[in-house]
Design a protein around this ligand. Structure first.
Ligand SMILES: [Zn+2]
Length: 267
């Protein structure tokens, strides 16, 4: 399959950025990315209330660091509001049983988005992309995002970006491993808070190996009109990527069950 770029491309996304993230790791990744000329999407939690994202004492230069990333051309993304999971349902993607936004009325979702955007904008950080915690958001979220002026959505189990309802541009997110993209646009989502030396070394190696495939959010949005348009049903259904992911999920459940049975038999 041909994309607007003529061949497969790779976009890096780093999730769960907040004041108490593992900034020792993030700084090392930043210097590697500067060397390799990589401009990732960084998913920022505006007001983190999720204890699992608390790794270090608050970073005293947090806002300066984010501002530098913005200047470097990183794609600044809104990663929910509190990164908590009080709502039932995984929404459009159906990959999670709970979410922060799913099922809430549009006016409530608009308010939450506004609060998050205001927090970032008060420090001159301009979020351009939506990254839903645990892939959980619904069509009401998409409408609410359009009302607050965020049109890019980093999610979807398909091969390449698609234009969607309410003026949205969907940049698919399919994997957590950096590798050679055969076709389409592959977004690699990284959770780096618990990374050590080995993972950082591997990251450097991967970026250097696959440098020629790397693109940024700007590269994708600058050719937004060239991506096909899909309706809501097509986005929910996805394409071969969705089939592959669902098959893998089912098979790993089956294998897990078989292994448990085998162990029980042995004991
Ligand atoms: Zn997250």
């Amino acid at each position: 399959m041909k994309t607007a770029f003529g061949t497969g491309r790779l976009l890096i996304r780093i999730d769960d950025i907040c004041q108490r993230s593992n900034w020792r790791v993030l700084r090392q990744l930043e210097s590697i990315m500067v060397e390799e000329g990589v401009r990732p999407i960084v998913a920022i939690v505006p007001k983190n209330m999720d204890d699992s994202l608390v790794i270090e004492p608050p970073n005293p230069t947090y806002w300066e660091d984010l501002s530098r990333w913005q200047t470097l051309g990183y794609g600044m993304a809104l990663h929910g509001y509190h990164h908590t999971f009080a709502q039932d349902g995984g929404g459009i993607m159906g990959r999670s049983s709970r979410g922060e936004f799913t099922g809430l009325p549009e006016s409530v979702q608009v308010d939450m988005l506004h609060h998050g955007i205001d927090e970032l904008e008060s420090h001159r950080i301009h979020p351009m992309v939506w990254v839903a915690p645990r892939h959980a958001f619904d069509w009401t979220t998409v409408a609410a995002l359009s009302r607050v002026g965020i049109h890019c959505i980093s999610d979807g189990f398909f091969l390449a970006p698609r234009n969607g309802p309410c003026g949205s541009l969907w940049i698919p997110q399919q994997t957590s491993r950096i590798g050679r993209p055969c076709f389409g646009v592959v977004t690699v989502c990284l959770h780096v808070n618990r990374w050590g030396t080995d993972e950082i070394l591997q990251f450097r190696k991967d970026l250097s190996n696959f440098r020629q495939y790397l693109i940024s959010l700007d590269d994708i949005t600058s050719v937004a009109e060239t991506w096909p348009t899909w309706n809501a049903r097509q986005i929910e259904r996805g394409d071969i990527v969705n089939i592959a992911l669902r098959t893998r999920q089912v098979l790993s459940r089956v294998l897990k069950g078989r292994r448990a049975k085998h162990l029980k038999h042995l004991s």
